[in-house]
Design a protein around this ligand. Structure first.
Ligand code: BG6
Ligand code: MG
Length: 220
């Protein structure tokens, strides 16, 4: 059996429910630009960097802008998003997340964040999650976005674990692909319809335990 030495967590949609704030902020921008942005459209933005998300949004609206204007629009969206997350507290931690982080640490398993977000530090601080991580790798530390494996490889390195001994927790397809490319095992948080490429899929971290993982990955 391959050991579990580190658990690497995506943030948005795995530990906290920030996906709805991203959605509201993008929808407001779309409204100002004169088109409708639906919750279904928003699925395409999950796990995707801010700049790439804006490109997808503009494609949906059938609009093109130069780089300077795109930078201004991305900043406008982010200012709104930051307003929302500034009011977050521990009540917005997703079910099972805190308990599982605590369980990992009690079992001597290292914990690392692997997020595309440049707002990760604010979210972790406002929800009180910062002390539960041995390493925090976010959008301010990486040069390539998921599905590139960089964010998870940096996380593994920061906690001194081999990729084969790491498990990634992700709610986005691009994140599962990043884990696979990093040669790590993965647990999809959400629906098997979108996360079928993960080694295991569960509805939330409330269904995950260290013992359960050891059993599920005994042969992997
Ligand atoms: C990811 C989210 O975690 O972070 C994406 O799933 C988001 O929706 C990306 O675009 C970048 O986040 P931020 O906070 O830097 O705009
Ligand atoms: Mg996510």
């Amino acid at each position: 059996m391959s050991q579990i030495k580190a658990c690497l967590f995506d943030l948005d949609g795995v530990l906290v429910d920030t996906a709805r704030y991203h959605f509201i902020a993008w929808r407001e921008l779309a409204e100002e630009l004169g088109f409708v942005f639906t919750e279904q459209d928003n699925e395409r933005l999950k796990g995707v960097s801010r700049a790439a998300s804006l490109n997808i949004l503009l494609e949906i609206g059938g609009l093109t802008f130069d780089e300077a204007e795109k930078a201004r629009l991305a900043e406008q969206k982010n200012n709104r998003y930051v307003e929302y997350i500034s009011r977050m507290d521990s009540s917005e931690i997703l079910p099972g997340a805190l308990e599982f982080l605590q369980e990992c640490r009690a079992a001597g398993i290292k914990t690392a964040l692997g997020s595309a977000s440049k707002n990760a530090a604010t979210i972790l601080n406002n929800t009180g999650l910062t002390p539960y991580f041995d390493a925090i790798i976010d959008g301010t530390h990486t040069s390539a976005a998921k599905p590139d494996p960089e964010v998870f490889l940096l996380g593994a390195q920061a906690v001194g674990a081999e990729p084969a001994h790491c498990i990634v927790f992700e709610d986005a397809e691009a994140g599962i692909e990043a884990a696979t490319r990093a040669r790590m095992r993965s647990v999809g948080i959400g629906s098997p319809d979108t996360l079928g490429a993960a080694n295991l899929v569960v509805p939330s971290l409330a269904q995950v335990s260290v013992a359960g993982l050891r059993e599920a990955f005994a042969a992997v």
